[in-house]
Design a protein around this ligand. Structure first.
Ligand code: DOR
Ligand code: ZN
Length: 489
């Protein structure tokens, strides 16, 4: 047998339906064999991993690495180092940088910054009123997907009008491209916030009062209506409220291709923590009352929610601790703490490691068209592996985070279960809990391996935005979309 680069022995390999003791052989960037010890080829390096679990590297669909624009909050190098330390091998990065990722020029700047990444990445381009004419150009330029900030948040990007959202979905539906939506109703948020401010409220609870669950329910409902009408694929970001889960269930039952994430903070924190954490906890959508925690957990268990993402949203400590809640920036880092937090819940018996792998790797890989190449430990897949020690205990410390943003609501929290090594395409980016410094730049875009199966656009008997882009020279009379050659549209 031909010599390979690495054989890992003694560990248990985790997939969504089983945990099996198996050896894993890696040649170059790929897994080439998973099986019994005796069947492994000779290897340049043999690694004993007794007592450890091998999980497909986590895929975080929602991180903000702030670069370009806010390098004092985070850079690609620091954010991706945090990912590597957290057992995360692929991230999808958000467009609310400065410049926002809504033009080819801005995309090129981001791609340049991403050259420093320790982990693989996708880039969500911006879907807004000003960018809907550039969606195909951005896709050709390398974005993997889009993000629509339907609710206002950091960066103050204007929410797309419903008309623009519909038109964007019409363009993206036949391409099979999924759009992430920050689903909160901007008009409700803005009006409520003004009222709170006029009443002199500057406390942390006022932020929650300004962003009631109904804002999320309304926006998710609206987005799903437009997705159903057009056949576009959508992804609901940071699902925070128990009350909007029924919308996901009903839309799926009607055939809408919707995926949804929640984050550890919505599962494990609630208003009871606000007294001690105040503005540190401020994020959008807000962390809500205790009654939301368990239904969100149940929704992960029953598949209503597909995955865990983090909304890694770093800010400087002084930007998070101002006495006036309206002056505290929204969000906090999370890509490095997600795995220990969730593994702790697994250790508590709230889910199995197989469930966790489904939420952290399998389902995000499927949603973004990477499954088979990523999200699985099997021959032919990228050798992206989080080596996990389920017995290791510790206390999360914000000062030790790789992120520039050394402020976290998880500071001081006891955990059990840590990633101890992270392998990305056959190379260690984290080993024995330490970043492998010279692997900065090993990360690359997943665009070249992304395969979004074509989707069926719906309601094509109606005139869609494709009409507006019919090249000059074709007859003035509009052609029904059903007769359009989508490869040219
Ligand atoms: O709290 C948040 N912060 N929510 C978001 O959606 C964006 C994020 C940020 O970029 O800071
Ligand atoms: Zn976000």
């Amino acid at each position: 047998m031909k010599e390979v680069d690495l054989v890992i022995r003694g560990a248990q390999v985790v997939s969504p339906d089983r945990i099996v003791p198996a050896a894993v052989a890696v040649a170059g960037e790929q897994i080439v064999a998973v099986g019994h010890d005796d069947t492994m080829p000779p290897a340049r390096e043999e690694l004993r991993a007794d007592g450890l679990y091998l999980l497909p590297g986590a895929i975080d669909s929602h991180v903000h690495f702030r670069d370009p624009g806010y390098p004092h909050k985070e850079t690609w190098k620091t954010g991706s180092a945090a990912a590597a330390l957290g057992g995360v091998t692929t991230v999808f990065e958000m467009p609310n940088t400065n410049p926002a990722t809504g033009t080819i020029e801005a995309l090129r700047i981001k791609q340049k910054a991403a050259e420093a990444s320790y982990v693989d990445f996708g880039i969500h381009g911006l879907l807004g009123d000003d960018t809907i004419d550039r969606l195909e150009e951005l896709l050709e330029g390398g974005v993997t997907s889009f993000k629509a900030f339907v609710g206002n948040t950091f960066g103050n990007l204007p929410a797309p009008t419903d008309g623009a959202l519909l038109e964007g979905f019409e363009t993206l539906a036949p391409l099979g491209i999924r759009t992430v939506v920050h689903a909160e109703n901007s008009s409700i948020l803005q009006r409520r916030q003004k009222q709170m401010q006029a009443a002199g409220r500057i406390d942390a609870m006022a932020h929650l009062a300004a962003r009631p669950a109904v804002a999320e329910i309304e926006a998710i409902g609206r987005v799903l209506t437009l997705a159903e009408w057009t056949g576009a694929r959508v992804h609901i970001a940071h699902h925070s409220a128990a009350d909007s889960l029924y919308l996901l269930r009903e839309a799926r039952a009607r055939g809408v291709d919707v995926t949804a994430e929640t984050c550890p903070q919505y599962l494990l924190l609630n208003t009871d923590h606000m007294r001690t954490l105040g503005g540190v906890m401020r994020l959008n959508p807000p962390i809500r009352e205790p009654r939301h925690n368990q239904p969100l957990w149940n929704a992960l268990m029953d598949g209503t929610l597909d995955m865990i993402a983090t909304d890694h949203a770093p800010h400087a400590p002084e930007e998070k601790t101002r006495p006036n809640i309206w002056e505290c920036d929204c969000g906090f880092p999370g890509v490095e703490t997600q795995m220990p937090l969730m593994l702790t819940e697994v250790n508590r018996g709230r889910a199995s490691l197989m469930d966790y792998v489904r939420w952290s790797a399998v389902n995000p890989a499927k949603a973004w068209g990477l499954y088979g190449t990523k999200g699985v430990i099997a021959p032919g897949a990228h050798a992206d592996i989080a080596f996990v020690d389920m017995s290791r205990t510790g206390v999360l410390s914000q000062n030790k985070l790789q992120s520039i943003s050394k402020i976290s609501p998880w500071n001081g929290r006891a955990v059990q279960g840590y990633p101890v090594h992270t392998l990305l395409r056959g190379r260690f980016v984290m080993r024995e809990g330490r970043l492998v410094q010279d692997m900065a730049g090993w990360g690359r875009s997943v665009k070249s391996v992304q395969r979004m199966p074509t989707a069926k656009p719906r309601n094509t008997e109606h005139y869609s935005s494709a009409i507006l882009r019919t090249p000059p020279g074709v007859p003035e009379t509009a052609t029904p979309v059903g007769e359009i050659d989508w490869s040219r549209a």
